[in-house]
Write a new protein. Structure first.
Length: 142
């Protein structure tokens, strides 16, 4: 028996296998409609995600600012107790520096472009809480 006369597998050359492909009729890329659909889906997802990311960033800024306000208020109370000051006195940043964990220079609002404690917060008298100068309506310590 020669090589040509060898029995072939019944699974080979059955139906359209192996299929002959005409190189001119084969698709070699994506259509314009498919690309536009994908771009539209990506745009829709971006439109849903971007506002959520912006809100999360604003909330994190608010949280950092409120924590700094709490530290300043606590430092004011500790300073008043240590010095025996009256409730109408307003301490300075130099007075509070020793009572703030990382120092007064670390207390700054993330919404403040200058990032300094003097431009971020008003210390106020001992009888009232400190306030944020950048976002006074939103960053409030109760």
């Amino acid at each position: 028996m020669r090589k040509r006369d060898k029995p072939r597998s019944p699974f080979l050359n059955r139906g359209a296998w192996p299929r002959r492909v005409n190189p001119r009729s084969s698709r070699s890329g994506f259509t314009l409609a498919e690309i536009l659909i994908v771009v539209g889906i990506i745009g829709l997802l971006a439109a849903l995600v971007v506002p959520a990311v912006i809100n999360a960033r604003m909330e994190s800024h608010k949280s950092v600012c409120l924590n700094a306000l709490r530290q300043i208020d606590s430092a004011k109370e500790q300073w008043a107790f240590a010095t025996g000051s009256e409730r109408t006195v307003t301490p300075t940043w130099a007075d509070l520096n020793d009572y703030i964990k990382k120092g007064a220079q670390e207390c700054r609002c993330p919404s403040d472009p200058t990032q300094t404690p003097q431009t971020s917060y008003s210390i106020n008298p001992l009888s009232s809480t400190p306030t944020c100068r950048n976002m006074p309506a939103d960053h409030i310590l109760y």
